[in-house]
Design a protein around this ligand. Structure first.
Ligand SMILES: Cc1ncc(C[n+]2csc(CCOP(=O)(O)OP(=O)(O)O)c2C)c(N)n1
Ligand SMILES: [Mg+2]
Length: 548
């Protein structure tokens, strides 16, 4: 058995069922070995698409998504998706081909030192230098990618000559067991309970590490038992259901919004599963005067606005349950309850607006009605993300995926393909700007070929809308942000997909229903009225000015 075949055996041992990627000369052996294995290989149209698919696969499962590329340009094309996964804590293993070890010391065709290239965007990058190390290198890649200490990306580089060499028969895929669960020490829980009991206006902030730890139930129970309102980051939507009276929805758009009013009044932040990349701690604790409890499975990062008074480190559900036992709080957060009503009323405004181009509020209201509680929205990056972040609300975790650590345009279309692969019975919707859609629209062909239908809804404004919004807020005009668009419905049809264009506000609900009933990928091109962006800035500036 050669090294490539042994690598595939190790991947199967790791539970890998699918790999996304593009074959090349230097990974021929691996592709051949994969073809003879139980692993499904999804050939993509750009390595970035493959990396985003692996990224979203990892986000949704907690198991590493795997992507494959050849050396040099194939590997550099993977970079953005790998960096996105690493920043956002999605487990991912990237595998690249490489030139033969005999010619790495010279300047040569397509050679690039890939371990150096991947170093800042992975938790670990290793080259397989000898056939007898393939099992260890593979196990390490998966261990680091999937480890509880913030998951992320890893990289395996396989030189073409090593791939062809025979592996000694004694080398077998390594076994692995789940590491034992570590529990927070009771002293830290007791300290946290004391701070919580003393706090006048505590607020719980839940972050993305809650998604894989299955702590939704414990978070919600704690909110009710100790009467603590809960704010979620953009990446932690649905950890507490949006219809829960304690759910104060999402913090994270650039403007100060209703949840910020609550943070303003808070004297203590109970941060659960929160990672600093999700939303700047200076946003949560601008004057650095709030007490902070950090509760996660790993210790806090360093930041001047995030210096926890107590760190409760260990199994999160267990720590939350103990905290409930150790602490008593009786007064209900009436201010939060009334703020929630005002916020929901604000979100409902224009939900039925009949004007055209369609208001973002109306689109999201229609989308929420079209998607069931368990269906999945994959959001791209742009002004549409700000609207989704602000007012698309979720009932369950992992039902709205937002890249908000690295915040990378282009994730939605390939991400939806991965989501569809995992959940054939759910409705999968990608919402993307016209800018981000064009960055990975080529993967529509992948989706059609692989029979992975999903619906892509394009917010069409002919601009890099978020940047226009920021320029408008800062300079009063826009620059370098506009472009022309193709006929997206035709573009979709040309790739064997179905295309629609919204021409009236009332079109969308029916189109969405029809789109989800089809067995090919669908693109819905929806002109959007981003005149609402500047109005939102104005409205929120006025809201915050009311605060003393
Ligand atoms: C890959 C990448 N390039 C650039 C940016 C910076 N950026 C953030 S949002 C944005 C504009 C997005 O435009 P579009 O996709 O049309 O969405 P819209 O804002 O119009 O809703 C840009 C350029 C980014 N986040 N990611
Ligand atoms: Mg746009």
């Amino acid at each position: 058995m050669n090294t490539a075949e042994k690598l595939v055996e190790c991947l199967i041992q790791e539970g890998v069922e699918v790999i996304f990627g593009i074959p090349g000369e230097e990974n021929l052996e691996v592709v051949e070995a994969l073809a003879n294995s139980s692993i499904r290989f999804i050939t993509t149209r750009h390595e970035q698409g493959a990396a985003f698919m692996a990224d979203v696969y990892g986000r949704l499962t907690g198991r590493a998504g795997v992507c494959l590329a050849t050396l040099g340009p194939g590997a550099t094309n993977l970079i953005t998706g790998v960096a996105d996964a690493n920043s956002d804590g999605a487990p991912l293993v990237a595998i690249t081909g490489q030139v033969s070890t005999e010619r790495m010391h010279i300047t040569g065709h397509q050679y690039l030192d890939l371990t150096k290239l991947f170093e800042p965007i992975t938790k670990r990058t290793k080259m397989i230098m000898r056939p007898d190390t393939v099992c260890e290198v593979t196990r390490l890649a998966f261990k680091y990618a999937q480890s509880e200490q913030k998951m992320g990306a890893t990289h395996i580089d396989l030189p073409v000559n090593i791939a062809r060499m025979a592996v000694p028969e004694s080398e077998m895929p390594m076994c692995h067991r789940k590491p034992p669960v570590e529990y927070a020490d009771l002293e830290s829980v007791a300290q946290a309970a004391k701070l919580l009991a003393q706090a006048l206006n505590p607020v719980m902030v839940v972050g993305a590490d809650c998604l894989h730890a299955e702590v939704s139930g414990a978070v919600t129970e704690l909110a009710h038992t100790l009467h603590i309102p809960v704010i979620n980051t953009m990446m932690a939507k649905g950890v507490i259901s949006c219809d829960d009276p304690y759910a104060m929805l999402t913090v994270g758009i650039p403007q100060r919004d209703y949840p910020d009013l609550l943070l303003n009044d808070a004297d203590l932040l109970l941060c659960v599963g929160y990672d600093l990349v999700e939303v700047a701690p200076s946003r949560l604790n601008p004057n650095r005067d709030k007490k902070v409890i950090h509760l996660n499975s790993y210790a806090a990062h360093i930041n001047r606005s995030y210096q926890p008074n107590v760190e409760v480190v260990g199994d999160m559900a267990d720590a939350l349950h103990k905290l409930m036992q150790f602490c008593r709080r009786d007064s209900k957060p009436e201010t939060a309850f009334s703020l929630r009503e005002r916020m929901l009323a604000d979100h409902r405004a224009l939900a039925e607006d009949a004007s055209f181009p369609v208001k973002p509020q109306r689109i999201l209201s229609d989308v929420r009605k079209a998607l069931g509680k368990e269906d999945i929205l994959i959001c791209d990056v742009g002004a549409h993300k700000m609207w989704i972040g602000r007012q698309y609300n979720c009932f369950q975790p992992n039902t709205c995926l937002i890249s908000n650590g690295f915040a990378t345009m282009g994730i939605a279309v390939p991400g939806a393909i991965a989501a569809r692969l995992l959940y054939p019975d759910k409705r999968i919707l990608a919402i993307t700007g016209d800018g981000g859609f064009m960055m990975n629209s080529q993967e529509l062909e992948t989706a059609r070929r692989e029979h992975l239908p999903f619906v892509a809804l394009i917010f069409n404004d002919g601009e890099y809308g978020l940047i226009s919004w920021k320029q408008h807020d800062r300079y009063g005009h826009t620059n370098c942000t506009s472009f022309s668009n193709p006929d997206y419905a035709h573009l979709a049809e040309a790739m064997g997909c179905k295309g629609y264009r919204v021409t009236r506000a009332e079109d969308l609900p029916e189109m969405l229903e029809e789109a989800f009933s089809l067995d090919v990928p669908v693109v819905i091109d929806c002109p959007v009225d981003y005149g609402e962006n500047a109005k939102l800035t104005e409205r929120l500036n006025a809201l915050v000015e009311l605060v003393p």
